[in-house]
Design a protein around this ligand. Structure first.
Ligand code: SF4
Length: 339
């Protein structure tokens, strides 16, 4: 446990956490909505700084990031906790216990040891992922700064509901991010995720146009919840017109989990509809994840249309990109260290 960053004192020993868009006002002896930040006698503490709950070496494609150092390995870790409460969470045993019963388990692994582990195993980057990295901000920031000093890149995989202050604090620490754009409906965000859509949209634009981090977007397609043609039209319009057609969009297949265990898996037709919609809007890079056999994980050149990156599972098995350009026609292939 350490004193938290990004909070301010209020009257009567209350505090306001400024880390995410909930901006929780927390009375003494209480925790914020995420369950990992606690007010003790007028000071806010991060309870999960010394509780790493999960770590692993992953291909960067698993984040998913398809246009950031393709084929590289990224040392990934998380603490427990999340500032959202999505009924469909596919990682709920890691993200939800601090909110539902106050449990925060994990082991003390300091930033130095996390960076050493990444360097020792030849990772190119460290990923803050699995749960929601915003809520382990202090551990992420300390690790990210050390990682940069060792020549590693830093990746966030996030729900995008952090505060503007949080983004500004991390501006020079993070190199790439994958943000979940869960749907294009305020009521979905409120009722199913316990959040709001607009701050996520604002953050996506800020990340892309002001911070300049490499950005990819993921949408988990849930049958009957966020997959109507009208909603997908709005969502893909937003990415194409407000974020940019060079932004990769990953469409992911839902499987029943947590409180949404009575819904079917996303069917192929629904995934195809979203894929075709993204392409029609002019998005250069649309991918369907966790659906082997559809062959929609490869990258086609935005210039000549030839397949330039072939992916099998989570690995980039062939990359026909030289100095960031298509080997066949020389067109720019958007991304970071693409070859
Ligand atoms: S991170 Fe968000 S949910 Fe957690 S205490 Fe701060 S404002 Fe509340």
């Amino acid at each position: 446990m350490i004193e938290a960053r990004l909070w301010k004192p209020l009257k009567n020993d209350a505090v306001q956490c400024r880390l995410c868009n909930h901006y929780c006002v927390i009375k003494p002896d209480n925790r914020g909505l995420c369950g990992v930040r606690e007010n003790r006698s007028g000071t806010l503490y991060s309870l999960n700084y010394d509780k790493v709950a999960s770590y692993s070496m992953d291909p960067v494609e698993k984040k998913p990031l398809y246009h950031f150092q393709p084929g590289s390995r990224t040392f990934s870790f998380a603490t427990m906790g999340c500032n959202l409460s999505c009924s469909f969470c596919q990682n709920w045993s890691l993200s939800q216990p601090p909110r539902t019963n106050g449990t925060i388990t994990g082991q003390a692994i300091p930033p130095e040891a996390l960076v050493d582990a990444a360097v020792d195993q030849d990772a190119s980057s460290i990923s803050y992922t699995y749960s929601e990295p915003t809520i382990f901000f202090e551990l992420m920031q300390d690790t990210a700064r050390l990682a940069h000093a060792h020549g590693l890149k830093n990746i966030m995989v996030s729900n995008g509901f952090m505060s503007r202050e949080c983004l500004d604090e991390l501006a020079s620490d993070i190199d790439a991010i994958n943000v979940d754009l869960k749907c294009f409906s305020e009521s979905f965000y409120t009722e199913i995720s316990g959040a709001r859509l607009q701050p996520v949209l604002d953050n996506l634009m800020y990340i892309k146009h002001e911070l300049g981090w490499w950005l990819e977007i993921t949408t988990l397609l849930i049958p009957g919840k966020n997959d109507s043609p009208e909603e997908l039209e709005q969502l893909t319009d937003f990415i194409a017109n407000k974020i940019g057609t060079d932004t990769p969009w990953h469409i992911s297949r839902f499987h029943p989990d947590y409180k949404m265990d009575d819904l079917p898996v996303t069917n192929g037709a629904s995934l195809d509809l979203a894929y075709d919609m993204g392409k029609r809007k002019g998005l250069h890079y649309v991918y369907i994840g966790n659906m082997p056999g559809l062959n929609k994980q490869h990258t086609d050149c935005p210039g000549c249309g030839k397949e330039i990156i072939n992916r099998t599972g989570f690995s980039a098995s062939r990359v026909d990109v030289i100095d960031g350009k298509c080997r066949h026609c020389g067109a720019k292939v958007h991304g970071v260290n693409m070859s």
